[in-house]
Write a protein that binds this ligand. Structure first.
Ligand code: ADP
Ligand code: MG
Length: 342
């Protein structure tokens, strides 16, 4: 082979080598663009206010428009779930309509099931008592007589659901969905994001967290459980993969102090007074945020001993963290091994 031919072969080899390098480089650039800095798929975040709480959305693989539309969906649900008119539930409460559509009627019906299974610990018929306490507005301790009046004829026995109709046998009874609304909306938001082709995300409605899909890079979700005394410190980390909802009911969330006493927003369905069940907070993990929300309220109200029986008998797929009055946490249920205490 002449020197010239050798040179030509080397040049050709180098050229094809260069070509491969160029293709690899292009693939890396495209890949990096798709995956974002650090090899993690680009996430979009949005913070807003809705459902009387701070909303935080993180989505992987979507667009700003998806977040705009998700917030519009939250608004739509506010227009259905609020206890007061013009919301649909508000119209039901004023007896302006009985026919409330399948979506709201079935939410009330599912809440009824959880209410009955938990012996009435979850009771959405406490609307008038919730109104008197006005925790989200200008909280005050109601006078004993007015509370007794508001509690008259409350309870699941006074409400029935048939198809898309809700009927009451007490003309004054009002439904309040504060205990389940955020969970319900979180599930709807997840369905919405999945329909938009978003692969993964975190829907955080005031600390009630729902994760869906697989985090880019295959890393697990790590969710901190807040200090039950209300500081922003995490007292435990919950590490898991895939879809789950973690919902907390606690005394620090909504409440006020009067004459040295702390009044919180989780009410005893027998009296309409803040319940003292020996707990500071309860966190429930479930596949569905609505169930986690319903049960976090119900378990807080019925207390740990009864909650453990209910978990065994009716809700074997949930995992629950109980924080007692001294703030000590302990867990029961299927996924306890995912928790690490700090
Ligand atoms: P948060 O809304 O702060 O996340 P919860 O899901 O536990 O907390 O819901 C508490 C809300 O539910 C209260 O603010 C009130 O509107 C309503 N509520 C209070 N006590 C009960 C109860 N025993 N059953 C059903 N709803 C209740
Ligand atoms: Mg709840």
């Amino acid at each position: 082979m002449s020197d010239f031919a050798v040179l030509e072969v080397i040049l050709k080899r180098n050229l094809s080598y260069l070509g491969i390098c160029a293709v690899l480089l292009a693939a890396m650039i495209i890949g990096r663009w798709r995956l974002g800095v650090g090899g993690i798929e680009r996430s979009l975040k949005r913070q807003s206010w809705g459902l009387n709480t701070l909303l935080n959305f993180t989505i992987y693989g979507g667009q700003e428009k998806d977040l705009d539309d998700a917030l519009a969906l939250v608004k739509r649900y506010e227009g259905i779930l609020d206890r007061n008119p013009p919301a649909l539930l508000g119209q039901l409460n004023l007896r302006k309509t009985e026919q409330i559509g399948e979506e709201l009627a079935s939410l009330i019906s599912r809440s009824r099931q959880v209410g009955l299974l938990t012996g009435g610990a979850l009771d959405i018929t406490l609307g008038r008592a919730v109104e008197l306490w006005d925790f989200g507005g200008h909280p005050r301790v109601p006078d004993g007589d007015e509370l007794a009046e508001a509690m008259k004829g409350t309870g699941w026995a006074h409400l029935s659901v048939k198809g898309d109709r809700v009927r009451f046998d007490n003309p004054f009874l009002k439904v309040d969905l504060g205990a389940v609304a955020k969970g319900f909306v979180a599930d709807r938001l997840k369905d919405f994001f999945l329909k938009r082709g978003i692969r993964a995300g975190i829907i955080d409605l005031g600390g009630n967290v729902l994760t869906f899909g697989t985090k880019p890079g295959g890393k697990p979700w790590v969710i901190g459980l807040r200090d039950p005394f209300g500081s922003s410190r995490s007292v435990a980390l919950w590490t898991f993969r895939g879809d789950a909802a973690l919902v907390t009911s606690g005394v620090y969330e909504r409440g006020f102090e009067k004459d040295g006493l702390w009044y919180h927003h989780l009410l005893d369905p027998r009296t309409g007074m803040p319940i003292n069940s020996g707990l500071r907070a309860v966190t429930v993990k479930s596949d569905r945020a609505e169930l986690a929300d319903a049960l976090s309220t119900a378990f807080f109200v019925c207390g740990r001993v009864k909650a453990e029986v209910l978990i065994r008998e009716h809700f074997p797929d949930v995992t629950v963290v109980f924080f007692d009055e001294r703030g000590r946490g302990s867990a029961v249920g299927r996924d306890v091994s995912e928790l690490s205490w700090r």
